[in-house]
Design a protein around this ligand. Structure first.
Ligand code: ZN
Length: 487
């Protein structure tokens, strides 16, 4: 099912559920009200809330298990959060500058960028996005909860909110006990969420780097890429083209070892037009050249326009002496590439003995590709963007047991999401902004540092102004950035 259709279906389901929820509550339908109370589920406008006390005992046990080590753990977390605070402020200002000064959204740079599936992330990524969001918020709230138990703050309940399709976890603490704490202990509870997000990001990054080793039992690595997806409209699909499961190990003269080198080879091929070492017999046998025609912008043609399979090749003479062969020949591209085993794309265009270097004359954006797989060579005359857009590859080539690289690819993608989003949430959460931990962290820090000099009410007023200011800046930046992605 198309993701947009799925979202529409979910919206309709929400509508129906809200209707019945209102109806049963209005007529005081007792079994329904008891069901809501027992399960802890609550329906709101396009969101579902769920809360439970079932995890309270486990959280209390974990929070009391190793108080000495946990105190050191959260102390480190508090210091790391303090270091992150100025870094986040600078990064926010830098991101705003980059976003306002450049036409693209600064995707290639390390900047803060709001991301929403369907707006600046493909809607098909929604599952990864939602799973990452729930994991990041669970780990975040786990930090607050364990730190709270450590400093004797009661946990009322824990739960999750699903706002339309995006899930968030939360923990409810006893406010009275929390407010009565020493400021240093309050800070440790407040910083625990951000700290846990940083730790999660680092753990996910380490796992990401360890994945190739972990999966090397079941998959070949560094020996090519497996084709995992081919778009239906791809010119490369078909019996003579690429198929799902093929292993590509070379594009023209560029060795493909993994996904990164696949993209590097495509970029290299786009810049460096290939030249082939051809035997004279092939030229004598197939040359169908006509007198040279200049067809604008310095482009030369030596083939008849009705012979689509033929391409005009120019002779690249390394010695720059008397030409031993015609300067331009019209040859069937497929046959040349199939018969040619050597490339001579770069100067000085040297070929083995008795072979001569010829380069196809192609329009600026088109290129001639020899894509070598384990069973055949696929010859393709077209745009490099066709390969970027319509072919998906994986660095994992199945050995046995697994038939496709779906599992390692999915885990790799998920770990990438967790690394980036968990760090992003930590950076955003530490900012002095409404609804973020940063709001309370900065207020508490300011009270510790300046209360004796300026008085409590003045410090609270100043931090409120800073919080409102940053909230406005962040909201404006998010709206601007997302709307820019839509245009
Ligand atoms: Zn938090």
């Amino acid at each position: 099912m198309d993701v947009t259709v799925a979202l529409l279906v979910i919206a309709v389901i929400y509508g129906i559920l809200l209707f019945f929820d209102n109806f049963f509550k209005t007529c005081m339908h007792y079994p329904y009200i008891r069901f809501l109370e027992e399960t802890g589920i609550q329906l709101k406008f396009f969101s579902v809330c769920w809360k439970t006390k079932a995890f309270n005992r486990s959280l209390i046990r974990w929070g009391n298990s190793n108080p000495r080590y946990l105190k050191i753990w959260f102390k480190i977390g508090t210091y790391v959060t303090f270091v992150l605070l100025p870094f986040s402020l600078v990064l926010l200002l830098y991101s705003i500058l980059v976003n306002f000064s450049s036409t693209d959204s600064g995707s290639s740079q390390f900047v803060l960028q709001p991301v929403l599936p369907g707006i600046n992330l493909p809607a098909s990524e929604l599952a990864y996005y939602s799973l990452t969001l729930i994991l990041c918020t669970v780990v975040h709230e786990l930090g607050h909860a364990i730190a709270a138990v450590l400093y004797d703050v009661n946990i009322i309940d824990v739960g999750a909110n699903i706002v339309f399709v995006l899930p968030f976890a939360y923990v409810n603490l006893c406010t009275e006990r929390f407010l009565a704490l020493r400021p240093t202990h309050t800070l440790k509870i407040l910083c625990a969420g951000v700290w846990h997000n940083i730790v999660l990001s680092v753990v996910a990054l380490l796992l990401y780097f360890m994945l190739p080793t972990l999966f090397s039992v079941f998959f070949h690595l560094n020996s090519g890429v497996a084709i995992t997806e081919i778009a239906k409209n791809s010119h490369l699909a078909g019996s003579k083209g690429l198929n799902i499961g093929d292993t590509v190990f070379q594009i023209n003269e560029c060795d493909v070892r993994d996904e990164n080198s696949w993209y590097k080879c495509l970029a290299q091929t786009d810049i460096l037009k290939p030249a082939f070492c051809i035997e004279p017999d092939l030229i004598h046998q197939y040359d169908e050249s006509i007198p040279l025609k200049h067809i604008g912008e310095g482009h030369i043609e030596c083939c008849e326009s009705n012979k689509k399979e033929n391409v005009c090749f120019e002779y690249l003479d390394p010695a720059d002496g008397i030409l031993e062969l015609p300067s331009h020949v019209c040859l069937p591209a497929r046959r040349v590439v199939e018969r040619s085993e050597h490339f001579c794309s770069s100067t000085p265009y040297i070929c083995p003995t008795n072979l001569y270097c010829f380069r196809p004359i192609l329009a600026n954006s088109t290129n001639l590709f020899k894509i070598s797989t384990e069973t055949k060579d696929v010859i393709y005359l077209g745009l490099v963007s066709d390969l970027y857009r319509t072919i998906h590859v994986s660095s994992y080539i199945p050995k046995y047991f697994f038939k496709t690289p779906t599992l390692p690819d999915a885990v790799t993608k998920f770990l990438k999401y967790v690394t980036i989003m968990s760090l992003g949430l930590a950076i955003i959460n530490v900012l002095p902004c409404k609804f973020m931990d940063g709001q309370y962290i900065t207020e508490m820090l300011a009270l510790i540092l300046f209360k004796s000099h300026f008085g409590e009410s003045n410090v609270k007023l100043a931090t409120s102004v800073v919080n409102v200011l940053f909230t406005i800046i962040i909201v404006c930046y998010c709206v601007y950035s997302l709307s820019k992605s839509l245009l």
